[in-house]
Design a protein around this ligand. Sequence first.
Ligand SMILES: CC(C)(COP(=O)(O)OP(=O)(O)OC[C@H]1O[C@@H](n2cnc3c(N)ncnc32)[C@H](O)[C@@H]1OP(=O)(O)O)[C@@H](O)C(=O)NCCC(=O)NCCS
Length: 215
Amino acid sequence: MTSLTDVWPLFGLRLATPRLELRPIQDENIPAAVKAAESGIHAVGRNPFSTPWTELPAAELGANMARWYWRCRAECTPESWTLLLGIWYEDEFIGCQDIGAKDFATLKTVTTGSWLKQSVQGRGLGKEMRAAVALYAFDWLGAEVAESEAADWNGASLGVSRSLGYELNGTTRKAWGSKAETVQHVRLTPEIFKRPDWQLKVDGHEAAANFLKVT
Ligand SMILES: CC(C)(COP(=O)(O)OP(=O)(O)OC[C@H]1O[C@@H](n2cnc3c(N)ncnc32)[C@H](O)[C@@H]1OP(=O)(O)O)[C@@H](O)C(=O)NCCC(=O)NCCS
């Protein structure tokens, strides 16, 4: 019998770190993702995202998250893809780590973004999930560069980047919603990556890589 993973091989991808499991968010996980987001991600008035999705009225948050997950999924092609990986910690959904690329075959560059619900922040989990996607990008997908960005006041995001060896890669001024932000860009290559002392476990890579035409 044909399964959903046969049809959409990205759903078969699983990354595991010592404490976390990362896997593409499926429809049945969306309520847990909404619940985690509703529990709070950041202080009020301190939006850390280029699209201020957490500031939507509560009644719109869930549908907007679902729309984003479906859009990213629907628009995944070898030329332009975003994997929205849910984060499970002690069997609970606690956040999201995304990794994406445009023209990966040529640029070998991925970009990442992430969030954790506030109650589990500051325990090294953000570093562990970013390390997971950096390891997957460099060692499994053959990426040569991993880029990220954060508001210049975002100590936790920039702390994760610093801790993994990212170098600063310039600042730009951007409109995040109606607010002007100074955005710090950061960049990691395999040579400067401060690798964790654990091994990443990966399942379902071959079918996912074939789907994304990553060789
Ligand atoms: C960004 C985020 C994912 C980081 O995850 P986290 O679990 O809180 O961070 P960690 O505990 O893994 O910290 C990693 C490193 O950053 C440092 N750090 C954490 N918070 C920091 C802060 N406020 N200021 C300076 N350094 C900080 C830690 O000391 C650690 O460094 P070390 O390994 O050298 O000790 C999480 O805080 C979050 O979801 N924040 C809200 C959403 C957000 O900002 N997303 C990113 C948008 S760009």
